[in-house]
Write a protein that binds this ligand. Structure first.
Ligand code: FMN
Length: 303
């Protein structure tokens, strides 16, 4: 078993679901045993219920997909009453993913969730491209100071490890990553979807109702790999890789570039068994190559 220690949290393998692509696992549990996963990262929640953006919310093309869900969710209480009791049945780690309008809201949500023994860690979504913050100021994670304020607020309220999820749509990702580390983040998730557009020539309309959305899938893997590699050399805290991981080889490439764990997102829409198969493929590669520990591969890219 390729075990992973993520900021003191022991995962039985490096495979996690990516927030928003797996619900809280209820539909995937019909296909495989969720106990085979290192961790389940739940859909991002906000304190109060959110409606989300107008449809259509998803479009796809040969290289990946575009979504403009807009953080639709039923709020924190629903999550505590529904998702956590469901996931308690499985021997896997549970990450809550949280978002808010300001540092105060992030902190309040972290405080509410931290009282729940069934939640093991918090992922702070600082990077959703489908919502506007304040006066249209873009993503929280595009500003190092704002990112640090939110991380500090969550860290002060949370009694569990805290991971900041960042975007590659910044001029210098290492600066943002370091700011999060200094503010107390226990780890980073890299990367969220990239702001993008698709248009329909026939109707002359954007492909998604919100006009633009977040790009994900195979086409973003090269961007995500470079981000992980750059940040790996800039910080000491563990990195969870996300972006275009469609199979076990993709996941292993992320580990080679410095990721301690990986998140599977768009692949879940193509193959509901993706998380299980990727965990098995990683295990097989480690056995074939006589690797006993993830540190024997992590960050070992030959430059
Ligand atoms: C339909 C959809 C919904 C998503 N919702 C969220 C979300 O609620 N919170 C979040 O942090 N990321 C969200 N993401 C981003 C994914 O978690 C992931 O970081 C991104 O899709 C890149 O990985 P991938 O290329 O493997 O899909 C969403 C992605 C998709 C495709």
């Amino acid at each position: 078993m390729v075990k992973v220690n993520l900021a003191g949290l022991e995962l039985k393998n490096p495979v996690m679901s990516a927030s928003g692509t797996f619900g809280y696992g209820e539909e995937f549990a019909e296909f495989f045993d969720l106990s085979l996963m290192g961790a389940v990262v739940c859909k991002t929640i906000t304190l109060k219920q959110r409606e989300g953006n107008k449809p259509p919310r998803i479009a796809d093309f040969s290289g990946g997909m575009l979504n403009s869900i807009g953080l639709e969710n039923k709020g924190a209480e629903y999550f505590v009453q529904t998702a956590l009791p469901f996931l308690e049945k499985y021997d896997t780690k549970v990450f809550a993913s949280i978002a808010g309008n300001d540092a105060g809201e992030y902190g309040a949500l972290a405080a509410r969730l931290s009282a729940e023994p069934r939640m093991h860690a918090i992922e702070i979504n600082l990077s959703c491209p489908n919502v506007t913050h304040g006066c249209g100021r873009g993503l929280f994670c595009q500003n190092a100071q704002t990112s640090a304020q939110i991380v500090a607020a969550v860290k002060a309220a949370a009694k569990k490890p805290v991971f900041a999820k960042l975007s590659a749509m910044v001029s210098d990702i290492t600066q943002i990553a370091r700011a999060c580390q200094e503010a107390g983040a226990d780890g980073l998730t890299l990367i969220n979807t990239l702001p993008a557009m698709m248009v329909d020539l026939k109707t002359r309309k954007p492909a998604v109702g919100n006009a633009s959305g977040g790009l994900s899938g195979g086409c973003i893997k090269p961007v995500a790999l470079k981000t992980v590699w750059d940040v790996y050399r800039a910080v000491k805290i563990p990195i969870i890789g996300s972006g275009g991981i469609m199979n076990a080889n993709d996941a292993l490439e992320f580990i080679l570039c410095g990721a301690s764990a990986v998140q599977i997102g768009s692949a879940n829409f193509v193959n509901p068994l993706a998380c299980k198969e990727i965990a098995e493929g990683i295990e097989e590669y480690f056995q074939k190559n006589n690797l006993r520990d993830i540190t024997q591969l992590r960050g070992q890219l030959k430059i």
